[in-house]
Design a protein around this ligand. Structure first.
Ligand SMILES: NC(=O)c1ccc[n+]([C@@H]2O[C@H](COP(=O)([O-])OP(=O)(O)OC[C@H]3O[C@@H](n4cnc5c(N)ncnc54)[C@H](OP(=O)(O)O)[C@@H]3O)[C@@H](O)[C@H]2O)c1
Length: 369
């Protein structure tokens, strides 16, 4: 376990006060954890391909309003970091431990009803808006993030990060942040009960979360058909799985705000097949759902049990091994680009471009600033 620096009274965070201005590097007070809270020293905070669009207002996500003091909120998604300090009721989490720090907040007194992603959006409930404005407000684009205890999963650092010659899997801490993509796919695939040996179509397979779906399904033992319209990206997937190219007229489809790929995938399913819908689309209505007794389930993110089981799979060595920061082999676990907090625009721009299976962009406040 590495030593952690003493807690500073203040730390740096990338704060959004308005979408006109965008993320700003600010200095904010470091929270002192009370009951139910853990403070994590962030080592790698994942950046989404569409964070730029959220923070410049192009995507109309519901954001926390600036609170009474006008402080705004720190952006973010999930992260990997080290426990800096815990509240008095922590029993598992210990200072210094490497953890996955999850951005999904559930209200403790209404876990099924109130749900949002801290640092991304408030969700659509009054409870989510309240918590995002007043309690769990700041995301992981910072040196420290405070989260509910249950949002952190301890990681077996020795197994995950040691060199293969020492029995480890060779992941860098920055690589491990790619779990924030894989977990979304894992949540959806567990939700429809994917079994080893079953055949799965991942569609579209060429983006960040679609590519993560391919990698996760292979690790879960499925036979995967990766479907998409981007021939270059499909070629990258060919070493791992079967691919199929959809030659629909994407420009016409995009202009019309629709596409046919999902319907085509749904029509290809056997009778009794299952579909996990994880992307935001309206284009899934098809009569084959009725004719073939299909089950369609929507899934947003994952449950805590999914997180715990996911890291067991990872620690068991079922995913590709690590390749290190900017590692050259595209078939490794993650090809990660890391940025400092002072490089917010560069990081958001890189995340919008560096997408697809294994591609990951993170803020690494410690190493890069
Ligand atoms: N369910 C959840 O919990 C959850 C969690 C996170 C994100 N999401 C959703 O996932 C979505 C994707 O995010 P991402 O980071 O993976 O984005 P991304 O990296 O930009 O990938 C977008 C994917 O969609 C494909 N695509 C876009 N327009 C298309 C069209 N008209 N026809 C066919 N394919 C099209 C792209 O194909 P090309 O490669 O051909 O361009 C690419 O494969 C987001 O919109 C987000 O709402 C859901």
């Amino acid at each position: 376990m590495s030593p952690i620096p003493p807690l500073p009274s203040h730390h740096r965070a990338l704060t959004l006060k308005s979408t006109e201005v965008g993320l700003e590097l600010t200095t904010v007070p470091t929270p002192v954890p009370s009951h139910g809270t853990v403070l994590v020293h962030v080592e790698a905070a994942s950046v989404l391909s569409y964070h730029r669009e959220i923070f410049n207002g192009a995507r109309k996500y519901p954001l926390p309003s600036s609170t009474k003091d006008g402080a705004g909120f720190a952006g973010g998604y999930s992260a990997v970091g080290r426990v800096a300090s815990v509240g008095p009721d922590a029993t598992l989490l210990k200072p210094g431990q490497l953890v996955f720090a999850d951005c999904v907040i559930h209200a403790r007194d209404d876990p099924a009803g109130v749900f949002y992603l801290v640092g991304v959006a408030t969700g659509s409930t009054d409870g989510g808006r309240y918590l995002a404005n007043h309690v769990w407000r700041d995301g992981a684009f910072a040196e420290y993030v405070a989260l509910p205890l249950e949002n952190c999963v301890p990681l077996d650092e020795s197994r995950l990060c040691s060199a293969p010659s020492a029995g480890g899997l060779g992941y860098s801490v920055a690589d491990l942040a790619y779990a924030s993509y894989l977990l979304v796919a894992y949540g959806g695939l567990r939700d429809i009960g994917l079994e080893p040996g079953e055949t799965l179509i991942v569609c579209p397979a060429t983006g960040g979360f679609g590519g993560a779906g391919v990698m996760t399904a292979v690790a879960m033992g499925a036979r995967v058909i990766a479907m998409g319209r981007n021939a270059t990206e499909l070629a990258r997937l060919q070493d791992r799985v079967a691919t199929t190219y959809t030659a629909g007229n994407s420009h016409v489809e995009t202009a019309a705000g629709s596409s046919t790929h999902l319907r085509s995938a749904i029509r290809a399913l056997r009778r009794g097949g299952r579909v996990s819908l994880m992307g935001m689309t309206d284009d899934f209505a098809d009569r084959s759902v009725v004719a073939n007794n299909l089950t369609l389930k929507g899934k947003v993110m994952y449950e805590r049990e999914d997180m715990v089981l996911f890291f067991k799979l990872l620690e068991a060595g079922l995913f590709p091994r690590g390749g290190g920061l900017d590692g050259g082999n595209e078939n490794n676990f993650a090809h990660t680009k890391a940025f400092g907090l002072h490089q917010s625009q560069e990081a958001l721009d890189a995340a919008a471009e560096h997408t697809g299976i294994g591609r990951s962009v993170v803020f690494a406040p410690e190493g890069m600033d």
